[in-house]
Design a protein around this ligand. Structure first.
Ligand code: EPU
Length: 339
């Protein structure tokens, strides 16, 4: 079946912010061969790769050919006594895959429950939540080099993972399309990570003494649902900014002026500050500007209540950045891709 290129397609259903912009040209591909043939189309020199649309803010119509990656497959590729390697195609929904793993009693990603988006995007920003990051279970991924159409395997080392960062956002940005990801999960003797404050609190509340991976997933889902807006109800892209890392000397000055500022030590001279606290402290939390604003339960999340324009949300983000800079002398980095 040749891939059909459609014209003037609304991207509203394809981005979790729910922003109404159009793709001048749009094609969905469900095989690697199909993807390659679409990439070869000379009549559309500019291409735009669309995965789950959960980490981007669309501020304008897209003139390029939008390629919607719909690659699906989940396969157990190898086993040891206590672990399995599972290879997941890029177009699988991340949370559906987490549920699949829990059903098979495979552990390691239960803390990453309910993260929106597709599997193919997970390595790009090294998704993380409640003390676990993708890199903790990552083995390798296969990626298609857009110019040569050659497939390359990237190991964990090749990916250069860091906090919300990887080689895909740095040295090889825009050069590859991730086709699949292989993760190493436990099939026995699961190693639970419940030290993140809210998880142990929630388990205690439910009186769960020896939690299973399914229990951990359940409480992570409950915590996320209590703080983060469901993108199906209120458009959003999760954390809009990264938590900034500042020097110890900078932190000491801030601590003097704002004794209640929360912090996590990253290294001897590096301190991570929750951006949500900075934004809340400036009075932005819960602020609504017509049809968009700052989420009322988590200040790190910007929301589209109804038909907001991406540019307006971007302007709000810039206002937050400049205010944080003025008051705290901190540069807040945007986590979401602004298109
Ligand atoms: N805080 C506030 N006000 C707020 C929000 C947060 O003061 O409105 C302070 C509180 O001190 C709170 C601390 O920030 O204790 C941490 O808050 P939370 O546990 O909600 O986590 P976060 O640092 O704001 C990060 C990730 C989230 C992830 C959670 C849990 C980033 C940019 N965000 O948020 O990831 O779910 O930790 O691990 O690192 C995402 O990336 O889209 C995302 C939701």
């Amino acid at each position: 079946m040749p891939n059909t290129v459609l014209e003037n397609i609304s991207l509203k259903p394809f981005n979790t912010f729910g922003i109404e912009v159009n793709a001048k040209y749009f094609v969905s591909v469900n095989s690697v061969e199909g993807l390659k043939s679409v990439l070869k189309l000379k009549e559309y020199p500019e291409k735009f790769i669309l995965g789950g649309g959960s980490n981007m803010l669309l501020t304008k119509d897209i003139e390029a050919l939008v390629i919607h990656l719909d690659l699906k497959n989940i396969e157990i590729v190898s086993k040891t006594e206590n672990t399995v390697n599972v290879k997941i195609a890029a177009g699988e929904n991340w949370h559906d895959f987490v549920l699949w793993s829990l059903k098979h009693d495979f552990g390691g990603i239960e803390n990453l429950s309910l993260i929106p988006g597709n599997v193919g995007a997970a390595p790009i920003q090294n998704i993380g939540a409640y003390g676990v990051e993708l890199k903790d279970v990552f083995v390798e991924c296969e990626a298609l080099h857009i110019n040569s159409l050659k497939i390359k395997t990237l190991t964990k080392e090749d990916c250069n993972f860091d906090y919300r960062n990887s080689v895909f956002k740095q040295d090889i940005k825009g050069e590859y399309i991730i086709l699949n990801v292989t993760l190493n999960l436990t099939s026995k003797n699961h190693k639970l990570k419940t030290s993140y404050g809210a998880i142990s609190e929630e388990l205690n509340k439910l009186n769960i003494k020896n939690p299973t991976i399914q229990d951990v997933s359940k409480v992570v889902i409950a915590i996320r649902e209590s703080k983060l807006p469901n993108p199906k109800v209120i458009g959003n892209s999760g954390s809009f900014f990264k938590n900034p890392i500042i020097s110890k000397s900078h932190f000491d000055i801030l601590k003097n002026n704002f004794p209640e500022i929360p912090s996590y030590t990253v290294s001897e001279n590096e301190i991570k500050i929750p951006a949500g606290w900075l934004i809340e402290h400036l009075g932005f939390k819960g602020k609504r500007f017509g049809n968009y604003g700052v989420h009322k339960k988590q200040a790190l999340v910007l929301v589209n209540y109804d038909d907001a324009k991406g540019e307006d949300i971007f302007k709000l983000a810039q206002l937050i950045q400049s205010t944080v800079k003025r008051i705290f002398d901190i540069n807040l980095e945007v986590e979401v891709n602004i298109i």
